[in-house]
Design a protein around this ligand. Structure first.
Ligand SMILES: NC(=O)C1=CN([C@@H]2O[C@H](COP(=O)(O)OP(=O)(O)OC[C@H]3O[C@@H](n4cnc5c(N)ncnc54)[C@H](O)[C@@H]3O)[C@@H](O)[C@H]2O)C=CC1
Ligand SMILES: CC(C)CCC[C@@H](C)[C@H]1CC[C@H]2C3=C(CC[C@]12C)[C@@]1(C)CCC(=O)C[C@@H]1CC3
Length: 345
């Protein structure tokens, strides 16, 4: 029988706690006096006050061991978007999230905080100051996004005040910061291969990039404000730096900060998108024979060439969210954290 109510509210589990966001979240939770269980397919580090449970979140029995005595669960595990593996996304993000919800019920967990994504409403066309009531993308831009939509719906629909199980979804966008395995490493790899010479479109499109510590702050605020009588129950919240920036200015600042040239020449958006689509289709057809990983995927081109920034008004109103680290400072800290990616290093 689940024992709700007698557990410490500062005992939590972070599923995906070995990952980029997960580890920053774990570190902050420990600083705030939480006892943390990490559940992940890999153990990436050790930290006093943190117990590691290695396992796959699709394995309910393994999860149950990590959720024992836990009152709050943060679920921030996902296969990397770049894997582009439909079956894997379906298994982990959809079936696995069902298993997480079931295990939370069995273990008597009181709160589940999901890391969703602002991309659940993005279809490859402009979004300006988008609010959470925008409809989910009818034509999601890739398999990753398709399964993030289903995942978010599953978690929000599971919210039940009657059962004493409360859920909320955090939708960050373009997370960056120290130890990020995606944005900066992919950008620098592309530059090193001489492919960062072009700006896709006219370069004026505004986008949200969110410093990892601000994303962590949003998650902890959500967990601490999520109560049966709070407006957070079963809701989604955008968490960004609240400072939309030109996509190409942001990329240029990172590139120049690490000693690389910023892109200068312009290419028409529709041309690059068309080529990316063609390459993606070719890669799909050839997959049984050879695995090709194009750098400029349709998803990346759409992200690089359209406006997509989101309003955080709901998070400000319901949980008092304000970004802790402004964009300028966040870029400086990020650039300093990658000495090994500097030009010539
Ligand atoms: N990085 C970004 O820009 C954004 C990320 N997100 C979401 O934030 C969350 C965290 O992303 P990142 O930290 O960037 O990714 P990450 O790849 O660094 O971390 C994900 C973690 O999940 C773990 N994991 C994957 N499959 C698992 C499984 N079957 N069982 C247990 N653990 C598993 C991985 O081992 C990894 O440690 C994800 O849910 C992602 O969808 C949302 C918006 C933007
Ligand atoms: C090759 C260049 C045109 C772009 C290099 C940078 C990109 C790798 C990143 C720019 C925007 C990022 C982003 C994500 C991953 C990394 C970028 C494409 C996400 C897809 C990660 C997962 C999400 O939920 C949404 C993110 C949107 C922004």
């Amino acid at each position: 029988i689940p024992k709700r109510g007698i557990k410490s509210s500062k005992r939590c589990a972070v599923i995906g706690g070995s990952g980029f966001l997960g580890r920053h979240l774990v570190e902050r939770l420990v600083d705030r006096g939480y006892t943390v269980n990490v559940f992940d397919i890999r153990q990436a580090y050790e930290l006093p006050g943190v117990t590691f449970h290695q396992g796959d979140l699709c394995d309910r029995q393994a999860l149950l061991l990590a959720l024992k005595e836990v009152s709050v669960v943060f679920h921030c595990a996902s296969p990397a978007p770049a894997s582009d593996d439909r079956a894997l996304f379906q298994r982990v993000n959809i079936d696995g999230t069902r298993t997480v919800i079931q295990a939370c019920h069995e273990a008597g967990v009181q709160k589940l905080i999901l890391t969703s994504s602002a991309s659940v409403v993005f279809e490859g066309t402009d979004i300006k100051n988008g609010r959470e009531d925008l409809p989910y993308a009818k034509k999601p831009i890739d398999y990753y996004t398709e399964t993030k939509i289903v995942q978010e719906k599953l978690v929000l629909e599971a919210c039940s005040k009657e059962k004493g199980f409360l859920t909320v979804a955090i939708r960050p966008h373009g997370i960056f910061g120290p130890r990020d395995p995606q944005l900066v490493p992919i950008l620098i790899d592309t530059a090193r291969r001489g492919k960062m010479k072009f700006i896709i479109g006219d370069g004026s499109n505004l986008v949200d990039f969110t410093y990892v510590e601000n994303v962590v702050h949003g998650h902890i605020l959500a967990a601490e404000h999520l109560k049966a009588d709070s407006p957070l129950c079963g809701q989604a919240y955008h968490i960004t730096n609240d400072e939309p920036v030109r996509f190409w200015d942001f990329m240029s600042q990172i590139l120049e900060g690490l000693g690389y040239s910023a892109p200068r020449y312009h290419l028409p958006y529709t041309l690059v998108y068309g080529i990316a689509l063609l390459l993606w289709l070719m890669a799909l057809v050839l997959r049984p024979l050879i695995r090709i990983k194009p750098t400029f995927t349709p998803m990346r081109v759409a992200l690089a060439g359209t406006h997509h920034y989101y309003s955080c008004a709901r998070a400000k109103k319901d949980m008092g969210y304000q970004p802790l680290v402004p964009l300028r400072e966040a870029i400086v800290r990020t650039v300093e954290s990658y000495p090994h990616l500097r030009k010539g290093a």
